[in-house]
Design a protein around this ligand. Structure first.
Ligand code: SAH
Length: 252
């Protein structure tokens, strides 16, 4: 088992994959990479290949009932999960299979995962994994969107990135996770920085006014406008939670 990061009791991801060399990948860069190096979280990769069957260490076989492609074997995946070793309590330690059939990944899920002691993540390849191993280990299927990737490694990195940045001290500036898109059910307002005038485009005056109440009101109005325009699903949910009429035409 390859190990990076060493602080005892730190949040930990255990990744079962045919491609351990894909990790830490982008997770090794920038804030998540620095936090990994500092031991604020830890990463183990468990290579599926050595658990394969026979001289060729076969990990997959043809699908029962016929059909295209190959399926990862239940016995091989189970041996790797067993070797990964994890607590029994799925609330404290969710076991996840990255899968387009899974429940869509959300910020709320990232918060739940960040509050666990760690995660075990199974990355699929080919046509996926034998259903029985998912049942046997109480595995939760999570999708990162309605499209098909060739493997679960990038999906796992998406999930880990969104989760790890919620672990205290990873971002440095905790306030920024509270203001972001989805945290309060709305998309974030537009952002600006210097120069104040660029190619004839000025930063909205209110942002330079120093008037905090007005700035907050502007940010809220912009967040509402963008959410209403781009994500009617989020807008309706937010309105229901805040006793607002979603069709009401306010000056935004
Ligand atoms: N035959 C499967 C797709 C297999 S894609 C099906 O139709 O459901 C191969 C692997 O890529 C999967 O086992 C899964 O681990 C990963 N994968 C593909 N798309 C994904 C997505 N949208 N979210 C999460 N994981 C995905």
């Amino acid at each position: 088992m390859a190990e990076v990061g060493q602080v005892a009791g730190a949040w930990r991801a255990k990744i079962v994959t045919l491609f351990p060399e894909a990790f830490p990948g982008v997770l090794g860069l920038s804030l998540t990479g620095k936090a990994l190096a500092e031991g604020l979280w830890a990463l183990d990769t468990i290579d599926l290949r050595p658990f394969g069957i026979g001289r060729h260490r076969n990990v997959d076989d043809t699908p029962a009932g016929g059909g295209a492609g190959m399926v990862l074997r239940a016995d091989v995946v189970a041996a790797a999960l067993q070797a990964a070793g994890m607590p029994e309590d799925r609330a404290k330690w969710p076991v996840i299979y990255m899968s387009p059939r899974g429940r869509p990944f959300t910020q709320a899920m990232a918060r739940r995962f960040a509050q666990a002691d760690g995660l075990t993540i199974l990355c699929g390849r080919f046509e996926g994994v034998d259903e029985r191993v998912l049942e046997e280990y109480g595995v939760e299927e999570v999708s990162i969107g309605d499209f098909i990737l060739t493997g679960g490694e990038q999906a796992a990195q998406v999930l880990i990135d969104a989760t790890v940045r919620l672990i205290p001290r990873v971002l440095g500036n905790q306030a920024s996770t509270e203001e972001e898109s989805f945290s309060n059910g709305l998309l974030e307002h537009p952002q600006y920085t210097r120069p104040a005038l660029w190619r004839g485009r000025a930063i909205p005056e209110v942002l330079q006014s120093g008037h905090h109440a007005k700035i907050e009101a502007w940010k809220r109005a912009q967040a509402e406008r963008l959410t209403k325009e781009r994500r009617p699903d989020l807008w309706r949910a937010w309105c229901a939670a805040h006793n607002r009429d979603p069709d009401e035409d306010r000056e935004l």
